[in-house]
Design a protein around this ligand. Structure first.
Ligand SMILES: Nc1nc2c(ncn2[C@@H]2O[C@H](COP(=O)(O)OP(=O)(O)OP(=O)(O)O)[C@@H](O)[C@H]2O)c(=O)[nH]1
Length: 622
């Protein structure tokens, strides 16, 4: 007998994968994921344990052996040193999904519906929600179409299935929900609003093309969202397919496929022939099982808008993913500061339904305004409660807006949590691969114990809207070298509060990184005295209002400087020195001992007043 995959053995022994991992943890056997292989000896040992325990249903609590047998065999391929002679790891008692956590395949979700372990066991499992991303033409749509064609049964004979932004596939392993708007932009738009719908991201890479710029972007987006990734190497039917090149290229992004000893699940498929698609679905289900995805159909409803549109006949239609609780026709829903009552619901196969539980995408008729992708949806008991909720939200929003204007940042907010490792997130765009590599090389040497530099995405060419969305959600700065952002992208960046900075000299870019590493401290300005003048006459000007004919007694006055006018001991005006004239000419500056005309955008100056000028200068910070 040769090596066996963990999940295959679990299936054979009628054990849950999570349970199988507990046993392996108990034995001190290391592995990367359930698709890792284990040695024959270990298989025998496990069979023995299961037989002794008389288990097999996977329901009982696993009793890990007190100590791993001295001859516990070597383990999953490509793994770290076996721990055979060590006592049983306490991890045996942990939920398997936590006990082992390959970074790419089982990262913890950033979802808001995480429930405590204690109550978790009573909450039923829910279907995984999957998104498909990848480079243009690598076959995202074809793959979704193949899955839809082979795995979705339309509910109503002859009914036309409309595009609703998601569909549910029935597989031998259970239900899987696919977001069917391929592309990371849709994914990131949803994330930009603080919601996470996807549990797993499939990154499609064409076997004849390998990694392309949008593949890297898609990977960066999935990593930023901490969504586990599965790589689907597509177009395997082509004679020029070269899956090995794809795998090698992936390792250059520090993504190591399982067969090279890493934890990245890579599945070769063909959307044309269907080869490997079943395996892909199986891996999705395995991953979902490991993630232990659960949601309470009886809990408080929570959902996210997948997409909204206006239908000429029906009016506003919105597809909402139910994440928690159950929706019923007649429920009141609140999105942002709007509400609606569900008049009708259809599932993604076009069938009319009366209620919908967790991980169900439903098209809803009943909103008065088109909601935007990514908006969170909550429910209210009745219309009155819906209005109350909206009123509270509106008042909270106003409070936050006011607070943002007035509030000064605390040191911790400026510097990040004190005494923890801070990460500076960057997106790097440059004119050539050589520049990208040179900059990355310098940045790599800059990292310290306290500050990590995370280049989320490094690409050639001008920054894109996708970069801005990613930067917005990950609080990253976009640094450009010898490329500039198009106006449209700058505008989006401005709206989202994302900084795009362009440089033509590498070391200026590096200086910027230094500044970001110091803690993104906002520049501090202080007021610097410039000079003063005495008003000797007031001239009425038909266009500019009153001009104060003055004599500079000290320092100098500058156009656009801050101005303060005092009369005796009293300050009678504070504002800006908007115009400065010598004889009839506009000038920038007038020195001591000269006469000048001063326009203050204020007509109240009188003879004898003192005009003092100052300016704000940036203070160099340590
Ligand atoms: N031979 C072969 N061709 C494929 C396969 N998958 C997709 N294609 C072809 O590749 C081209 C692009 O496929 P799409 O599914 O449109 O790719 P996409 O990634 O959705 O592209 P965009 O939507 O433009 O980003 C089409 O001509 C498909 O027929 C495959 O497995 N084998």
């Amino acid at each position: 007998m040769s090596k066996v995959r963990i999940y295959t053995l679990a299936k054979e022994l009628n054990l849950e994968n999570a349970r199988m991992l507990e046993i392996l943890d108990g034995l001190g056997v290391s592995y990367k994921s359930v698709s890792s292989t284990i040695e024959e000896d270990t298989v025998e040992l496990i069979k023995q344990i299961v037989a002794e325990e008389g288990t097999g249903s996977g329901d009982e609590v696993t009793q890990a052996p007190a100590a791993a047998p001295a001859d516990a065999p070597d383990t999953a391929k490509g793994d770290a040193a076996p721990q055979a002679s060590q006592p049983a790891a306490p991890a045996a008692a942990q939920p398997a999904a936590q006990a082992q956590a390959p970074a790419s395949a089982t990262a913890t979700q950033g979802r808001d519906d995480v429930v405590s372990d204690a109550s978790k066991a009573e909450i039923p499992h829910r279907a995984p929600v999957v998104t498909i991303m990848g480079h243009v033409d690598h076959g995202k749509t074809s793959l979704l179409d193949y899955i839809r064609k082979t795995k979705v049964a339309a509910k109503e004979a002859g009914g036309i299935t409309q595009h609703v932004g998601a569909f549910e596939a029935q597989t031998s392993k259970g239900r899987i929900v696919f977001i069917d708007t391929p592309g990371h932009e849709a994914f990131t738009t949803i994330r930009a609003r603080g919601a996470n719908v996807a549990d797993i991201a499939i990154i499609v890479i064409a076997a004849d093309d390998s990694l392309m710029p949008q593949t890297r972007e898609a990977i960066a987006h999935a990593q930023a969202a901490k969504v586990p990734m599965i790589i689907a190497i597509n177009k395997m039917d082509l004679p020029q397919a070269n899956p090995d090149k794809v795998k090698t290229d992936l390792t250059q992004l520090n993504l190591v496929p399982e067969e090279y000893g890493g934890d990245l699940i890579v599945v070769p498929v063909s959307a044309k022939t269907g080869e490997g698609v079943e395996d892909l679905l199986e891996y999705i289900s395995l991953n979902a099982e490991l993630e232990d995805l659960r949601a309470d159909p009886k809990g408080t409803f929570a959902g996210v808008v997948i997409e909204g549109r206006v239908d000429k006949q029906s009016g506003v239609l919105a597809t909402v993913m139910v994440q928690e609780g159950t929706l019923h026709v007649g429920d009141f829903l609140v999105v942002g500061e709007n509400y609606g009552k569900i008049k009708a619901m259809t599932d993604s196969a076009g069938g009319r339904i009366k209620e919908a539980g967790p991980s169900t995408p439903v098209q809803i008729l009943g909103f008065s305004e088109v909601p935007t992708s990514g908006e969170k949806v909550s429910s209210a008991k009745n219309e009155h409660a819906a209005r109350d909720l909206i009123a509270t939200r509106a008042s909270d929003r106003r409070d936050t807006e006011n607070a943002q204007v007035q509030r000064k940042l605390t040191l911790e907010e400026m510097m990040g949590p004190l005494s923890t490792v801070r990460t500076v997130n960057l997106i790097l765009r440059a004119d050539t691969q050589g520049s990208v590599e040179a900059i990355q090389g310098i940045l790599a040497r800059k990292e310290s114990e306290d500050i990590k530099i995370n280049v989320m995405l490094a690409g050639i060419g001008a920054p894109t809207e996708g970069d801005v969305l990613l930067a917005g959600t990950a609080e990253a700065t976009i640094l450009c070298f010898s490329v500039t952002a198009p106006g449209s992208v700058n505008k989006i960046a401005e709206n989202k509060g994302v900084d795009i900075k362009s440089f033509r000299i590498i070391y200026e870019l590096i200086d910027e990184v230094d500044r970001l590493m110091k803690g993104n401290i906002e520049p501090v300005f202080e007021e610097k005295y410039l000079g003063r003048a005495e008003v000797r006459m007031v001239i009425k000007h038909p266009r500019f209002g009153n001009i104060a004919g003055s004599y500079v007694t000290d320092g100098s006055l500058k156009r656009n400087a801050k101005a303060k006018v005092t009369r005796g001991k009293e300050t009678v005006y504070e504002g800006t020195l908007v115009g400065l004239k010598r004889l009839k000419d506009d000038v920038r500056e007038v020195q001591t001992g000269y006469e000048c005309g001063i326009n203050l955008d204020w007509d109240g100056a009188e003879i004898g007043d003192i005009i003092e000028a100052s300016e704000m200068v940036e203070v160099e910070q340590a």
